[in-house]
Each structure stands twice: as structure tokens, then as C-alpha cells.
Write a protein that binds this ligand. Structure first.
Ligand SMILES: [Zn+2]
Length: 159
């Protein structure tokens, strides 16, 4: 799935990208006016994720969020059917949504010195150059997503 995050929802971008979803943040594209946001969502066939109820009704496809904090918002996304399972192989840069390319193990010039040897592989963004690996930051985000999926699953069983 492809998503467009409305203003104020930028925190969700890294999580959705970690799960392999092609995700744009409107403000990264300097898009803020309602009509411009809708045009971008329609033009790129993206589901609009927004807290603006009126805007949500105007979009072809949308997910309306009510919560203000990131983790409750992730639960709302899960409840709306968004798959929040971390991708085995990351595809989209968490910073800019660019495509990632795997850095070969022997390419020491492109491998940060502070990445421990046992943490492999490393990916590099083709667009912004940011490098990624499954370190502590990844683990924290994956743990949050796991909590979200579990609590969402429990709710589904209860209800
Ligand atoms: Zn990037």
C-alpha cells in the first residue's frame, strides 16, 4: 500500500516505511493546503492518513485518525487494516522514502565504522545517502510495532 501522511503525522512515516509501505509525508513535499494534499494523494494513488475529518471525507481513500500520540495512532492504523509487520528487507528510506540499496559486506567505505561487525547487512538510500541497519533504534521501533499488533489482536478477539 501507498500512503500520504497529512501535516502533524510525520512521526508515523518511519514506522510505516519500516514495514515496507511507500509513505510520503506531506510537509516533506512542501504540501500543506487541503487541495494540494488531495491532489498529491489522488495523483500518486495514495491513501491519505489524516486527523482532519473533512479532508478524510474528500479523499478517494483515507484513514481518519483521532489520537494525538504516535503509539495510539499506530493502533488506529492497525485497526484500519494497515499491516504493521516490519519488512524483512527494508525497501524505503526512513528519512526520505527513497529506495534503499544493500551495501556489500566488503564495501568498507560505505559501511559506518560504528556498526558492529555482527550487525549485517547495511542499506544505503539512493536518494539521500542515509544508511540503515537493524540496530537498537530498529529494535525499539520493532518492539513498539509488536506491542501495537498484540494489543490490536487482543481487541479483535474480544470484540
Ligand atoms: Zn533517504
Amino acid at each position: 500500500m501507498r500512503y500520504l501522511l497529512d501535516a502533524m503525522l510525520g512521526n508515523l512515516a518511519t514506522y510505516l516505511r519500516l514495514c515496507g509501505h511507500d509513505t510520503l509525508y506531506a510537509l516533506d513535499r512542501d504540501v500543506e493546503a487541503d487541495d494540494a494534499v488531495l491532489a498529491l494523494a489522488t495523483g500518486e494513488h495514495r491513501s491519505l492518513v489524516t486527523r482532519d475529518e473533512y479532508l478524510a471525507t474528500r479523499a478517494e481513500r483515507s484513514i481518519l485518525l483521532r489520537e494525538r500520540e504516535t503509539e495510539p495512532q499506530l493502533r488506529e492504523l492497525a485497526a484500519a487494516g494497515v499491516d504493521l509487520t516490519p519488512a524483512a528487507e527494508p525497501v524505503h528510506c526512513g528519512r526520505c522514502n527513497g529506495r534503499l540499496a544493500r551495501v556489500e559486506a566488503d564495501d568498507s567505505a560505505d559501511r559506518p565504522e560504528y556498526v558492529p561487525d555482527d550487525v549485517a547487512p547495511v542499506w544505503r538510500c539512493r536518494d539521500c545517502g542515509q544508511r540503515f541497519w537493524k540496530g537498537s533504534h530498529w529494535d525499539r521501533m520493532a518492539a513498539t510495532l509488536s506491542d501495537v499488533r498484540e494489543s490490536s489482536g487482543e481487541r479483535a478477539v474480544d470484540g
